[in-house]
Design a protein around this ligand. Structure first.
Ligand code: SF4
Length: 385
C-alpha cells in the first residue's frame, strides 16, 4: 500500500485575521515537546501495516519556522519507525522564512516541493489581514524558485481591499516566478475567523459574489493564457505537476495525518485528532491515539465521500471504478446525478465530471445531493449503508 503522510506543525508567529486553523503561538522551546509527541504518534502507527510513505506533506501552522536541526532529528527518527520512501516531499512555507539558509537546509533534508503561502502580493492587503509582508517578496520567490524545481504558490481571492489591480499583481507575480503549481482559493466566508467576525458584525466590507466571480473569471482566463491547466477546483499545474499528496485526498485514498487537528483516512476509518495541544500530549502520554473523533465508514458513506472529493477534480470520477462490485448500479447513480446537477455535469459512459461552470458551484451543488441521500443509500444493501 502506498500512503500519504501529513504532519501538522501548528506554530505561528502571529494570527492572520482570515485564518480559522488551530494554531499555537510559536516558541522554539515548545517545538521539542511537540515533536517528541509527533514521534510518539508515529510509534503507534508503526504497530500497523501502513506500507511505504510515498508522499509527505508538512503543513501548518507555519512549518517553515521548524528549526532545521530539530526537523532533521525528527525526520531521522521518523525514518527509523516507518518505511519512508517519498516521491514527493512538500513543506509549506511563509515568504518571511524564504532565506538562503532555510532553503539550503530544506533541500538537504529531502524536501523537493515548496508550497509558499503568498495569499496576496499586495502588502497593504496582507497588513490589513495581520499577515507579515516582506518588502522583497519577489526576490525571495526568485531565490526559492532557483533552488526548487517544484514550487506551488498559494493565493486567496477576496481578502479585504481586493480589486482588479491586486489580482493583476498576483498574476504578474505568477508570470514572473513561473511556479509549476498554483492554488487560488476563494476566501471562505463561512470560516470562524477574526476577519469573518468583523465582516458579519458589519465592521468591514468584502467584495460581493458577483465581483468575486468577475475577478475569478479573469484569473481563469489569464492562468490558461500562461499555460496552466486547472485540474481541481482551486488548483492549476503545468508540465505534469499535479500535487500527488493532494491527489490522494481527492481520490479518497489512504492517508495518515499526525499532529493536533490532523485528519486521516485509513481503510474505511476516518478520524480527526484533538485540536487541544494539552489533550494531544495527555492522550499520547497514555499511548492512546490522540483522537477527537473516529468513525468506520459504511460502503455507502465511502462512496459518497469518494464522489464528493473526486468531483473536485476536473476529470471527475469513474463511477464503475468507485462502485466496484456494485458497478451494475452505475445507471441508477447517473440518473440521480442528472437530477441534482443537470447541465452542470458531463456524462461519458461511467465517467462523470463537472463542466467548468459546475466546478465553480460545487458547494451549492453538493448541498443539492443531500436531498437524494436516501435514493443513493438504496443502491447499497442495508448492511452496507
Ligand atoms: S494563515 Fe498560516 S501563517 Fe497565518 S495564522 Fe493561519 S496557519 Fe498561521
Amino acid at each position: 500500500m502506498n500512503n500519504a503522510l501529513y504532519v501538522h506543525f501548528p506554530f505561528c508567529m502571529r494570527k492572520c485575521s482570515y485564518c480559522d486553523f488551530d494554531t499555537v503561538p510559536y516558541n522554539e522551546d515548545s517545538v521539542d515537546e511537540y515533536q517528541e509527541h509527533l514521534l510518539k504518534e508515529i510509534s503507534l502507527w508503526a504497530e500497523y501495516d501502513v506500507g511505504t510513505v510515498k508522499t509527505m506533506y508538512i503543513g501548518g501552522g507555519s512549518p517553515s519556522l521548524w528549526p532545521g536541526r530539530k526537523l532533521h532529528r525528527f525526520l531521522d527518527r521518523l525514518q527509523k519507525q516507518l518505511d519512508f520512501s517519498p516521491v514527493e516531499f512538500t513543506l509549506e512555507c511563509n515568504p518571511q522564512e524564504l532565506i538562503d539558509e532555510n532553503l539550503s537546509c530544506w533541500e538537504t533534508l529531502g524536501v523537493d516541493r515548496l508550497s509558499v503561502g503568498i495569499q496576496s502580493s499586495e502588502r497593504r492587503i496582507l497588513r490589513s489581514a495581520n499577515r507579515e509582508a516582506p518588502a522583497d517578496l519577489l526576490y525571495r520567490l526568485v531565490k526559492a524558485r532557483e533552488r526548487f524545481s517544484n514550487v506551488n504558490l498559494d493565493f486567496i481571492l477576496g481578502l479585504p481591499g481586493e480589486c482588479i489591480k491586486s489580482v493583476c499583481g498576483n498574476l504578474e507575480t505568477i508570470k514572473a516566478i513561473g511556479p509549476n503549481h498554483v492554488s487560488y482559493y476563494m476566501l471562505d466566508k463561512d470560516g470562524d475567523s477574526d476577519l469573518m467576525r468583523l465582516y458579519h458584525s458589519g465592521r468591514i466590507e468584502l467584495l460581493g459574489t458577483e465581483r468575486v466571480n468577475q475577478l475569478h473569471d479573469r484569473i481563469l482566463e489569464k492562468m490558461c493564457a500562461m499555460g496552466y491547466d486547472r485540474y481541481e477546483v482551486s488548483s492549476w499545474q503545468r508540465k505534469g505537476s499535479e500535487c500527488l499528496h493532494n491527489l490522494a485526498y481527492w481520490k479518497n485514498a489512504d492517508y495518515i495525518g499526525i499532529g493536533i487537528a490532523a485528519g486521516g483516512h485509513f481503510g474505511r476509518t476516518r478520524y480527526v485528532n484533538t485540536s487541544d495541544i494539552a489533550d494531544y500530549y495527555d492522550l499520547l502520554g497514555k499511548r492512546n491515539f490522540p483522537r477527537d473523533s473516529s468513525k468506520c465508514n459504511t460502503p455507502c458513506e465511502e462512496f459518497l465521500e469518494t464522489l464528493f472529493m473526486g468531483l473536485r477534480l476536473v476529470k471527475g470520477v469513474d463511477l464503475a471504478e468507485v462502485l466496484k462490485d456494485k458497478a451494475d448500479n452505475v445507471p441508477r447513480i447517473k440518473e440521480i446525478l442528472v437530477k441534482v446537477f443537470g447541465p452542470n455535469m458531463v456524462f461519458e459512459d461511467s465517467k462523470v465530471r463537472f463542466t467548468s461552470e459546475g466546478l465553480d458551484l460545487t458547494g451549492r451543488l453538493f448541498a443539492g445531493l443531500s436531498e437524494y441521500r436516501e435514493e443513493i443509500t438504496s443502491v447499497f444493501s442495508s448492511r452496507d449503508t
